[in-house]
Design a protein around this ligand. Sequence first.
Ligand SMILES: Nc1ncnc2c1ncn2[C@@H]1O[C@H](COP(=O)(O)OP(=O)(O)O)[C@@H](O)[C@H]1O
Ligand SMILES: [Mg+2]
Length: 269
Amino acid sequence: MLPRRKGGEEPVRVEPELEQTQTYSLRTPTGITGLDRIIDGGLIRGKTYLVAGETGTGKTIFSLRFILKGIEIGEPCVYVPFDETIEGTVEGALTLGWDLETPMRKNMLRILDARPFFAEVVREKFMAEVVREIVKELKRHVTEIGAKRLVIDPVAPLIGEVVDVSWTRDFIRGFVTAVEKFLGCTTIITSEVPTGSGLLSRFGVEEFLASGIIKLAIVSIENRNLRTLTVRKLRWTRVDLTPYVYEIKPLEGIVLLEPLHEYVKKLKE
Ligand SMILES: Nc1ncnc2c1ncn2[C@@H]1O[C@H](COP(=O)(O)OP(=O)(O)O)[C@@H](O)[C@H]1O
Ligand SMILES: [Mg+2]
């Protein structure tokens, strides 16, 4: 934490060791190979982060890796997949060598099939009430297993068919704010941006609500499609805006290689 500063005064100097310990305890690692190193050790606990990208860029794999790291370090997780069933998620994870069933049995992980519940509340109620009910339901699960991490993957279809974009924006604004305020988890929301749009989020509000944005993309260079990860924004963290090339591999999931420009230079050699 930064030392308090009264108007006009110089910042208070802190012993380097002390500063480092404090910074570290504020953060929790993502588990993504190579990522924590470039974001000062991880994400700030209790904050909400957006992982944005087109379909197939690796948002779900990113989310699951974040969850598995949580389980590994004793932080129980709640995962809410919106374009996959619980069984589908468990089976898909197995293709990467990830066992989700054991942590589920041990109450370290809870996967919620929230779609029917959300569809119902949305049909019948006003928005503020919808937000309240959804957050209440999430809170119940978070409390039951003492979750420290939460993933909503992706945040948009939560409201079923999108008929009214401004309603949706208000909903996402209310929902994300309430999640951060009432659930106290380090939260990842994913957002699926339309292919080729170059947007940071689907509804244009998610990026303003998040404490950080990680953008996943597929770029075409030298006749090759490369996966890239860019840290677009990260509050209270030194940000290196360089896109990094990454691969998707069994067990590790997402593995950051090197900065795109260095990777491309090597390709040309
Ligand atoms: N078992 C696997 N091994 C290697 N790559 C995989 C595996 N499973 C999925 N992938 C890669 O990950 C991509 C999908 O990642 P996913 O996280 O589901 O994307 P998103 O959630 O952004 O749509 C696939 O298109 C494929 O290239
Ligand atoms: Mg996905």
